[in-house]
Write a protein that binds this ligand. Sequence first.
Ligand code: UD1
Length: 383
Amino acid sequence: MSTKSIRLLLIAGARPNFMKIAPIMKAFEEYEDFELTLVHTGQHYDPNLSSVFFEELGIRQPDVYLNVGSGSHARQTADVMVAIESLCLERQQSGAPFDGVMVVGDVNSTLAAAVAGAKLNIPVIHVEAGLRSRDRTMPEEINRILTDSISSLLLASEPKGVENLLAEGHSKERVQLVGNVMIDTLRSQIERAKKQQTLSRFGLTPGSYGVVTLHRPANVDSKTTLSDLLGVIKNVSNRVPFIFPMHPRTRSRVEQFGLEPYFMESSGCIVCEPLGYLDFLCLTSQARLIVTDSGGLQEESTALGIPCLTLRDNTERPITCDEGTGTLIGSSSRLLEEKLEEVLSGNYKVGTCPALWDGEAAGRIARVVSEFFVGKPTGSGSV
Ligand code: UD1
């Protein structure tokens, strides 16, 4: 292969993807022989789930926007597959085929692009490989297992990811621990985020409020589960004020199930629209605690050293509980109150930040990818 112009197709589709691709794109600027084509699948399209991240994180406009939008899992995944396949075929026919498809995370766009690429024999690189919740009712778990199974290069964010991949039979040479690229973005943006006026806008003071997010289908798509969880949040917000930027899926379920009274009865809960990256990091970095079912936020809490009470029975990111500030709460009101008490009385555990969550993961990713294609480092990526 020529050392000039290794053509990588980089895929992003949903909110958690954008903070992962930003540092990766920047790191590849130092590798002149790589040419990145950025595709936004359009899985998330609302400005506050999509374009705000491009603006705030300085991500250039996508080269291709697929506009797949929302839909059932099969439809959304299939639409992305068809579109990525035709893009790859067009490039093959024009004599400038893609040499690799890079996907991040575990959303439907991740799986779809991986399948389309692998079936055209284009090597797939998966960033955030090897995470396993062992809970196959989660769509993301299916996406993770399938994406990893057809990836040629598997880049893990925590040691357990490497362990899982080796146990599944992936060869050592294809698996690398590179660290957490989402935390690169957190580290590069935190000072800027803290300068935002977000707290005063919502009448909050540093260290005295909680942040809550909830959007997993398993938590919000069932009326019983959602009302139990909202009851838990309501109880908590009677003791410490909470801000709850509400995901559109959750908002539509709250309305559909008629659960708005939970918020009306609770004076301490501020419900708002989903926030951009800087506003949200401004809030989380100065919070007393975080209550969430988000994967990314579990990791961000650990990196920030903020207690994170995770409203899930399991996690694919065990390091956030083993080393970090996370505790699995499930949907137990009792356990949440117990842990809240620990936080408020200053008796909650103090976590540590995992190795390689150091702001340098994208540099390692670029170097490992370069080695994969070229055989030796071609830039100044740091490992
Ligand atoms: C998706 C990811 C999930 C990720 C989450 C972050 C999958 C399987 N799920 O879940 O892993 O944690 O994104 O947000 O890929 N909607 C809007 N505006 C949008 C996008 C969606 O209003 O821009 C609404 C639509 O009604 C849609 C619903 O939200 O039906 C759910 O969106 P979808 O992309 O299917 O899944 P998420 O729940 O966002």
